[in-house]
Design a protein around this ligand. Structure first.
Ligand code: 0X9
Ligand code: ZN
Length: 743
């Protein structure tokens, strides 16, 4: 029991602090360090902690209360949804029983796995292999290993592995993506590696981390995740049997590590390894042992890491963050599983620290088992797709519209992944005008990994161009972007557009009105200046290069106090010059804005008018809280025609306010650009011109005769009368328009 033990958040400032703390309590790790760390402090340890003078704050007065609350929550969850395996956490025997159930459900997909040797206390480490029956002649399937429960108290890692297993098996028939991934990837899931420690957290000590080796001298346990054989014994490991990061007497001294090592070494084609832990919501890549050593395949690992981060975040907006060792998200750790698998067989290997960020820590309420499992499973699917790729082909900053008459530059980047290489000379681009017909093919120029192509400047106004890029892996596999091209493609529109207004505000702000009649602010009226910054207001304008000027809400003195000239007691309005968008079919307006409203209750309002300011429509309301409310230049661009009809009398206005409770409110505007898209000129129809040479004469008669009697799409080719076949009516149409010419 942990009666009157405390969780204390301490500010670790130095190695000296760390050593002193180790004497008093036990690190709960899992928190980004250095800095704030949670320590478990015994009832008689607080005096010593106070005496050290290390800044600290008690998070839980009585750890036993936290554990009792967890028990109560589990009991409640079982009472409510007792029949549901995922209502609660389960000890090893129940995990095994559930795997047996799943195997019986789909013996065609599931093969039980037993590792050897057994744990110190004689438990067999079990898991499952999930794979659709092999297909004759298929290429070797990549293997993904999902390991969990190296750390006994990290229960959510075990339940998440079980959730993923459950999903892959139960939804194979009904979910086409799962069907695909179970057919193309072999999944190995080992949900509870450190079974002795895990059982011990149910029976004896909820906060146990290590395995249950008897170290002698009254201490127990090796940290399995310091016992792997790459960089064993390096940074952040201990030689002391009483330490929570005791590395063991030698690399692979522990039967649990030996068992999983031997299984991995005997399994060909392992391409991905995920080691589940908790907590901190981090996706930690290689190398764990060093913050300084850049791993091989860094580009590829960063792409995959970002995709995994997005996948874990997207189901519920849970804030996960990925980083490689050099990003220094957590302390260094030597002898961890993913370092060994990346080193030993090049598998893309990650530690995932699951929920939460410390609110509940290891005692994550059972109600979070399912959502955490869903996040993890989403991440695993993303990893599987990444591992199936031979190459990554990307178009960098693809344009969405270009001006008529200018060629269209496209930049294609190829990344070699999963040990494949690109076939030299295989990078190509395919394009066509419209959404049907054959694609034109152009070879991309440049050298790996950056290639370019240019679509011709002769593509007529109004065209929508479809295109995709392609490269081949050395085994001949073609990889497209978009992946399912040509079924889907990228697209770029060719239009006539012109810059109506491009004001960097460097030459006086002609036509702008700063501070309007009716404004109520008593200070901080809009003004065009080279700003004197504060922590809330900009010091520099936005204009790149030599620009200095922008509109801000009040100019304070150089080095002036925060709030010296901010908006107070009302609002102030900035209005743009009038601009003419009559005749435009659409228009893009962009500006750079600054808004700072320290924890305040005010918003920054942006409006547009098409009647010279008689009435206004909202473009955006920034704040009062959230993105863009703590200063910094941010660009906003929008489609004006989507908000109101475009006229000759367009204006915009920007309103900053400090109403109600008074706070520091500062705003700025710079680099205002209006771009209009004109309707494409209509090519006049040319009646009687069968061959499209813009003249009517003998050559048109010749074409009719050549194609005489053919059935065609009405109006196509020489079908001038539009009756769907070539004949006399078409000759008549030519004679009627004889010698006519058209532009
Ligand atoms: O220390 C560990 O073994 C892992 N954290 S935990 O809190 N679950 O114990 C982290 C291992 C990987 N570490 C890094 N990549 N830095
Ligand atoms: Zn862990």
């Amino acid at each position: 029991r942990y009666d009157n033990w405390k969780f204390v958040q301490v500010e670790v400032r130095s190695a000296k602090d760390l050593l002193a703390l180790q004497q008093i309590g036990e690190s709960m790790a899992c928190r980004p360090g250095p800095g704030a760390q949670i320590y478990l402090i015994p009832p008689d340890g607080m005096g010593a902690l106070d005496a050290l003078g290390i800044p600290h704050q008690i998070v839980s007065e009585n750890v036993q209360d936290v554990l009792d609350a967890e028990d109560a929550a589990r009991a409640a969850a079982r009472a409510e949804r007792g029949g549901d395996f995922f209502a609660d956490y389960h000890p090893p025997t129940e995990i095994d029983a559930y795997m047996t159930t799943l195997t019986a459900l789909r013996p065609d997909l599931v093969t039980p796995i037993t590792l050897s040797p057994n744990t110190w206390q004689g438990r067999t480490i079990r898991g499952v292999k999930i794979a659709a029956p092999p297909v004759v002649g298929e290429p070797a399937r990549p293997v993904i290993i999902v390991n969990a429960g190296q750390h006994a108290r990290e229960w959510i890692s075990v339940s998440s592995a079980m959730w993923a297993m459950d999903q892959l098996i139960r939804n194979f028939d009904t979910d086409s993506e799962i069907h695909d991934l179970v057919s193309k990837v072999t999944w190995i899931i080992i949900p509870s590696m450190n079974r002795d420690g895990y059982q011990y957290t149910f029976d004896t000590n909820r906060l146990w981390r290590k395995n249950r080796r008897n170290n002698g001298g009254g201490t127990f346990g090796v940290d399995n995740n310091r016992n792997w054989g790459y960089q064993w014994g390096g940074a952040s490991t201990s030689t002391s049997g009483s330490s929570d990061i005791y590395r063991g007497p030698s690399a692979f001294s522990e039967p649990e590590n030996q068992a999983l090592r031997d299984f991995i070494l005997a399994t060909p084609n392992v391409k991905g390894v995920i080691d589940l832990h908790s907590y901190a919501q981090l996706i930690l890549g290689v190398w764990a042992y060093s913050e300084a050593v850049v791993p091989p395949r860094e580009t590829e690992l960063r792409i995959v890491g970002q995709e995994i981060e997005d996948a874990l975040t997207s189901p519920f907006g849970t804030n996960y963050q990925y980083g490689l060792g050099t990003d220094n998200l957590l302390y260094e750790a030597s002898g961890v599983l993913p370092d060994w698998t990346f080193f030993a067989n090049g598998a893309v290997s990650w530690t995932w620290e699951l929920r939460d960020m410390g609110t509940f820590g290891f005692e994550l309420p059972a109600a979070q088992i399912v959502p955490t499992g869903q996040e993890v499973f989403n991440g695993l699917k993303t990893l599987a797709r990444a591992i199936l790729m031979k190459l990554r082909v990307n178009v960098i900053n693809p344009p969405t519209v270009v001006n008529t008459g200018s060629s269209i530059p496209l930049n294609v980047q190829v990344t070699e992944v999963n040990g494949n290489t690109m076939l030299a000379g295989s990078a190509k681009l395919f394009w066509r005008i419209g959404n049907s017909g054959p694609f034109n093919e152009i070879a991309l120029s440049g050298t790996f990994p950056n290639f370019t192509a240019s679509l011709p400047g002769t593509i007529p106004c109004g065209s929508n161009v479809q295109y995709y890029a392609q490269a081949a892996a050395s085994d001949g596999t073609l990889v497209n972007i978009p992946a399912d091209a040509p079924a889907s493609t990228l697209a770029v529109g060719v239009r006539d557009f012109s810059t109506v207004l491009n004001d960097t505000l460097e030459s006086g702000g002609t036509g702008w009105s700063a501070g309007m009649a009716g404004d109520t602010a008593t200070t901080g009226a809009w003004t065009l200046v080279n700003p004197n910054g504060t922590t809330a207001a900009p010091e520099d304008d936005h204009t790149p290069g030599s620009g200095t000027m922008c509109f801000v809400t009040g100019q304070g003195p150089v080095g002036g106090a925060l709030g010296a000239a901010d908006v107070d007691n009302g609002f102030t309005t900035l209005r743009t010059p009038r601009f003419d968008l009559s005749g435009a079919s659409s228009a893009t307006i962009s500006y750079w804005r600054w808004f700072s409203n320290a924890a305040g209750d005010d918003s920054f309002k942006v409006d547009i008018s098409n009647n010279d300011g008689s009435t206004w429509s909202s473009v955006e309301i920034v704040g009062p809280a959230g993105a863009g409310t703590t200063g910094g230049w941010i660009q906003h661009s929008f489609d004006a025609g989507a908000i109101l009809p475009l006229t000759a009398n367009m204006r915009m206005r920007f309103i900053a306010a400090d109403s109600g409770v008074q706070e520091v409110v500062e705003a700025g505007i710079d680099d205002f650009v209006v771009t209009a898209v004109a309707p494409c000129p209509v090519t006049p129809a040319c009646p009687g011109d069968a061959n499209g040479d813009h003249a009517v004469g003998l050559a048109d008669i010749a074409l009719v005769i050549q194609t005489w009697g053919q059935s065609v799409t009405p109006g196509a080719g020489a079908d001038l009368d539009g009756n769907g076949s070539i004949g006399l009516g078409d000759i008549a149409a030519i004679i009627q328009n004889w010698a006519g010419a058209c532009p």
